[in-house]
Design a protein around this ligand. Structure first.
Ligand SMILES: [Fe+2]
Length: 296
């Protein structure tokens, strides 16, 4: 169709997409065009702003490498990753869920680790943490034989591949749940960390007057055939940035009950202050698939 007025543009594009062979592609593209056009009308986007927006999209790609994913970071910084997560978990957004963001630092092939063992693989000063976790189905029945990847930052706020002081695979492990659906491990209490702000995400953070930190958390990825792969983060409850996470990841369901202790610990070499976390994960029926690691 020939376009006469700005009001006609949306109909012209929607009409042109109507023969898309895949109905889901048609549905998504039609809605995208309607919302995108409505957005431009809503803010009356100027030509200068449009140029800036195009440069912004280009910068997302240019900033992305094998070891850094600016697009994932941007999606998180706009709350979009959390929205998609909550729409697709907890019975498709109807109930509470421990599902959470994958983040960029998951690696395939974490070292297999015996239940109860430590994932501290090189000297890592910090408060000792004992984690006791349970994996169950929606009826509360323990799930035996689920494979659980665990990974987290050090008490200085660095993942092992960011930090020459840490051994490869430090603070990472792959566990198997036992007959009671349990897995246990020893580690150190993680710290929060800054996200990179030398690209377009940094521009967004500065323009909106926000800080660029994530609250401390442990990552989990739990797999078992017959269940939807559960990707989770459990946040440290004493972190002062829970309410202002730059990636909008924190929901009430994933604030962990980290308890501070003094005195007798589950291991005789631990003296002084230590922490424990008891955590339950609920898996939903569904497709057991592994995500694509966001970086190499
Ligand atoms: Fe993380």
């Amino acid at each position: 169709m020939i376009i006469n007025r700005q009001e006609d543009v949306t109909d012209a594009v929607v009409d042109a997409f109507k023969n898309a062979a895949d109905p889901r592609v048609r549905e998504i593209l039609t809605a995208l065009v309607k919302h995108l056009h409505a957005f431009a009308r809503d803010v009356h986007l100027t030509e200068e702003e449009f140029e800036k927006a195009i440069q912004y999209v280009i910068a997302l790609g240019q900033k992305t490498t094998d070891t850094h994913n600016e697009a994932v970071l941007m999606s998180g910084s706009l709350g979009f990753s959390t929205l998609v997560c909550l729409l697709n978990n907890g019975s498709k957004g109807q109930t509470e869920t421990t599902a959470n963001l994958l983040g960029p630092f998951w690696r395939m092939n974490s070292p297999r680790t015996e239940n109860g063992s430590s994932i501290v693989r090189s000297p890592t000063p910090g408060p000792v943490l004992f984690v006791n976790a349970m994996v169950q189905d929606q009826k509360g029945k323990p799930i035996e034989g689920a494979e659980v990847d665990v990974w987290h930052s050090s008490p200085e706020g660095f993942y092992e591949q960011q930090d020459p002081k840490q051994a490869p695979m430090n603070l990472r492990g792959k566990f198997m749940t036992d007959a009671q659906g349990r897995f246990r491990f020893r580690s150190v209490k993680p710290a929060g960390y800054p996200i990179p702000i030398d690209g377009p995400v940094g521009d967004l953070v500065r323009a909106t007057g926000r800080h660029h930190y994530r609250p401390a958390h442990l990552h989990f990825l739990i797999c078992k055939p017959g269940f939807k792969t559960l990707i989770s983060q459990i946040y440290v409850n004493d972190d002062d940035k829970l309410e202002t996470d730059v990636q909008f990841g924190v929901t009430h369901a994933v604030i962990g009950n980290f308890v501070r202790h003094k005195g007798a610990a589950p291991a005789t070499d631990v003296t002084g202050e230590w922490y424990s976390l008891d955590q339950t994960f609920v898996m939903e029926p569904g497709n057991s698939r592994l995500p694509k690691p966001p970086i190499q």
